[in-house]
Design a protein around this ligand. Structure first.
Ligand code: SF4
Ligand code: SF4
Length: 407
C-alpha cells in the first residue's frame, strides 16, 4: 500500500451546492459533524506523519492537495503556515520534494489568491463543467444561481496571472462534446481532467442497454485526437498509455489518502456516494499512522486490491488490464457491495475498443507486426455476459467483496 499524495479537507463547507456533490448531496451527511475548518493544530500532526511515511517508503516526491468543501473559504494564513512548516520539514529530508495543489470551485479566485498561489507555489485546478448550459445545470450556489460566469472568469484570470489553467470537468452528456471542447479552448486551459459522474448501481440514471456515455466520450476523443493544438486530457492519455502497454492507473483514484477536516483518515472520498458514513475508518491522524488505513476493510480494498479484486465478470473480461473494473464507486451496489462490474461496463468496452481501433488506424504496421486485431464491442459484451464460462471463485472471495453491501 503506497500513495504519493494527501487530500487535505481544509474546509468542510462550500459556497456552492452542486446537486451531484458526493460531499453533501448523495446521502452522506457526516460533514455536519466536522469542524468548518481544519485547525492549525492539525498541521504539525499531518507533517510529522508525512515525514514518517516518506522516510519509511523512501519517497522522492510527495503532494499535498488542499481540498474541501471549498478550500478557498479558509483564511490565507492557514496556507502560509502550512507551507512554511512543510518547508521546514523538507529541509530535514533533502531527497524529497514536496508539492502543493489545490482543487477549487473557482468562485472566490481573485488577484490576491493568484498572488498567494505564486508566493507558495501552490498549483490550482478549477472545477468547471465546460459550457454555461452544462455547468449551471448542477453547479449552483445555495440560492440555486449558476456559477459559470464567476468560474469562467477565474480560469481566465489564472491563465493570465500564473500562466496556466488546469481544470476538472464532470461530464454532462446533455451538452454537445464539441461545445464543451471548444468552450475549454476559449478559456485557454492547459488540461481538463474529465470525470465520469459518480453513480452506483442503485442510482444510475442512464439506460444500461444504451451506451450514451461511450458515445459522448468517443465524439470528444475524435475531436481531441484530430486537434493539433489540443489541451491535455489525462483520461485519454492514461487509456492510450495503457493500451500501448505503459503501466499507469487510469481511474484517477489511486495513490491518495484523504484527511478529513477533523483529522480522520479515509480512503477515497468519492465513495461517500455509497452511503452515509461509508468511508469512515475510525482512525485519525492524531492517533494513527497513514499506513494504518490498510487495517480498515475499505482501506485495504482501495489501496491494495481495487484493480485486482474484481467480480467474476471482470476477472474473465478480455480487456480487464485496461479497464481494471472501472472506478470503485461505479461498481457499488447496496445489495452486494463491490461484487459487480462497473455500472458503465458497456460504455467502457465501447470506448476502449474505439481507442484501440483508432490506434490501429494510426499505427497499422506496429499492430500487424504484433498480430493485434481490432476490437469488436459486441463480441466483448457477449463474451463478458456469457454466464457459462465465468471464472469460479470461492465463497470467501465473494464474501469479501459483498462485505461492503448495506443490509
Ligand atoms: S464545489 Fe465541490 S465541494 Fe462544493 S458543492 Fe460543488 S462539488 Fe461539492
Ligand atoms: S469492461 Fe466491464 S467486465 Fe470488463 S473489466 Fe471493465 S467493468 Fe469489468
Amino acid at each position: 500500500m503506497q500513495f504519493d499524495a494527501l487530500i487535505l479537507k481544509v474546509a468542510s463547507r462550500c459556497n456552492l451546492n452542486c446537486s451531484y456533490c458526493f460531499m453533501y448531496n448523495l446521502g452522506d451527511t457526516t460533514y455536519k459533524g466536522q469542524p468548518k475548518f481544519m485547525s492549525y493544530d492539525m498541521i504539525d500532526s499531518i507533517l510529522e506523519k508525512t515525514k514518517k511515511y516518506v522516510l519509511k517508503y523512501d519517497k522522492k516526491e510527495f503532494s499535498f492537495i488542499f481540498h474541501g468543501g471549498e478550500p478557498l473559504l479558509i483564511e490565507k494564513k492557514f496556507y502560509r503556515t502550512f507551507v512554511t512548516k512543510a518547508n521546514a520539514i523538507q529541509e530535514q529530508l533533502p531527497n524529497v520534494v514536496f508539492k502543493y495543489d489545490i482543487q477549487t470551485n473557482g468562485v472566490l479566485i481573485d488577484e490576491d489568491w493568484c498572488a498567494l498561489f505564486r508566493e507558495l507555489h501552490i498549483y490550482p485546478s478549477t472545477s468547471v463543467d465546460g459550457t454555461r448550459k452544462a455547468h449551471d445545470m448542477f453547479r449552483v450556489d445555495h440560492k440555486g444561481n449558476g456559477s459559470y460566469d464567476a468560474v469562467f472568469n477565474a480560469v481566465k484570470l489564472l491563465k493570465n496571472q500564473i500562466g496556466y489553467a488546469d481544470t476538472v470537468c464532470v461530464i454532462n452528456i446533455e451538452e454537445e462534446p464539441k461545445a464543451i471542447y471548444e468552450s475549454f479552448k476559449k478559456m485557454q486551459v492547459n488540461s481538463v481532467n474529465f470525470l465520469i459522474p459518480d453513480f452506483t448501481h442503485n442510482n444510475f440514471p442512464f439506460d444500461t442497454e444504451k451506451t450514451e456515455m461511450a458515445d459522448w466520450l468517443i465524439a470528444l476523443f475524435n475531436i481531441w485526437i484530430k486537434d493539433q493544438d489540443r489541451y491535455k486530457i489525462p483520461m485519454f492519455i492514461g487509456l492510450i498509455n495503457r493500451l500501448l502497454g505503459v503501466t499507469e492507473n487510469i481511474n484517477n483514484e489511486s495513490a491518495v489518502l484523504v484527511i478529513e477536516t477533523n483529522g480522520e483518515i479515509e480512503a477515497i472520498d468519492s465513495l461517500k456516494a455509497c452511503g452515509h458514513g461509508f468511508t469512515k475508518s475510525g482512525m485519525n491522524v492524531l492517533s494513527h499512522d497513514f499506513s494504518d488505513i490498510k487495517n480498515s476493510p475499505l482501506g485495504k480494498l482501495y489501496f491494495e486490491d481495487s484493480t485486482t479484486k474484481l467480480c467474476a465478470k471482470c476477472l474473465d473480461c478480455p480487456i480487464k488490464e485496461v479497464c481494471q473494473g472501472g472506478r470503485l464507486v461505479h461498481r457499488f451496489k447496496k445489495e452486494n457491495g463491490f461484487n459487480n462490474p462497473s455500472v458503465y461496463c458497456k460504455d467502457l468496452i465501447k470506448f476502449i475498443a474505439n481507442i484501440q481501433n483508432t490506434l490501429i488506424d494510426f499505427f497499422p504496421e506496429l499492430y500487424s507486426k504484433e498480430n493485434i486485431d481490432s476490437m469488436k464491442t459486441d463480441e466483448i459484451v457477449r463474451y463478458v455476459n456469457d454466464t457459462n464460462k465465468n471464472t469460479l471463485i470461492n465463497s470467501t472471495y465473494t464474501e469479501e467483496l459483498e462485505y461492503f453491501g448495506i443490509k
